[in-house]
Design a protein around this ligand. Sequence first.
Ligand SMILES: *[C@@H]1O[C@H](CO)[C@@H](O)[C@H](O)[C@H]1NC(C)=O
Length: 422
Amino acid sequence: MRRSQHLHVAFLASVFVFFAPEETRGVVTGRSGKATLGERTTTTGASSDATAFAPPPSFPSTTSTSSVVDGTALPLFRINLDDPPRLRWEGVMRANKAAVRETMSDIFAKLPREVHAEVDKLVLDARGRLPSWVIEELTGVADVLDMSLADVVLVNLFFEITPFCTSIVAQSSESGGGKLLHARNLDFGFGVKRMSDDLRKIAIDVEFTRAGERVYVMTTFAGYVGAATGMRGGAFSITANEREMTGPVPVPNLLKSLLNLVNAIRTTDVIPVTWAIREVLEDETALTFEDAVGALSTRHMATQMYLTIAGVSFDEGVVLTLDRNKLLDTWRLNSTAGTWFLVQTNYDHWVREPAWDNRKKPAEKALRGVGSVAITPSSMYEDVLSLDPVLNQLTIYTTVVITADGAYESFVRECVTCAPIF
Ligand SMILES: *[C@@H]1O[C@H](CO)[C@@H](O)[C@H](O)[C@H]1NC(C)=O
């Protein structure tokens, strides 16, 4: 008890060190080996065979930014769920080792050493409460990185609490059936440009297979095993948006959130949301949109989150607002009422967005401008998710999904001329 109080004080004292926005670097760094659209690099996990993977067709891009990486398809990796969890991420981590180590050292450089040591101890304390697949996978990640398990767990928990995002589910009235489009921008880096740059280099799509068949696909950062963006083709897709930024000035809440998260895991039966999402994507009994909505409405979550879930048929689109232990609100598509899209950012949909971070209104206006007849994956990308400030300096990737078709595509985003958000 005393230790955690002491830690709390240390955390608050370090807030401004940890999160003071860095000066913008003068140079925009691209990553080497820019992939040609439609020719994604596929790398397989430990024991998977290296058969060629045919990527879905790609649609970008005409976005005018000065970045060379903007619109580049994320590299696609394949993981075989039949492999032991400890070995699954080996191929991914080998391919991304240097960049992940750099990202982690940039995160840890902002964490005072004594605070870091204390948090590592707390994380190890919580070890017995983590799902065994998480421990095993993260041990495998730590093995390849030559880093401690505590540090790898800590970074995974840190990622859990920080993403700002825009998620959209929209129903096209085209093709008679009302195809559902599910799309998101993931914004990350809390104003620290170097961290956003780090994350662009380790953002990946991962396809999980069982007995050689695709089970689901997700977008993540190499070394981060939770799913903030994922799809079970033909069944449902899920995107998670942070709900921790509730104060008038959100930045200082981050470290408090991290501490709350670690303490909640140590002392209760809660699960980080992105781990719960992976469990749903992987659960062979969760076959439909309503199965996914039901499963994610009833878990005890470790953080507050917005979950946008899309299915495959008419009006199967929802935003769940989750408090730590309970579902606060369910917001659904309703074509009878004319609600053909839902836009969720990082604020409750029933309150006004703060003036300094209003990505919702521009996105809604853009969707109305395109209209339900004309909306397609490429207009979602070009006309909605590429619109400043929906696209902003913190945006790391855009994913566009048609769950009914199993179509899933993710692209690196880097708009140096867009709004900084904060
Ligand atoms: C959809 O909206 C209509 C009209 O407002 C309402 O009567 C109906 O209950 C709504 N359906 C659902 C599923 O919420």
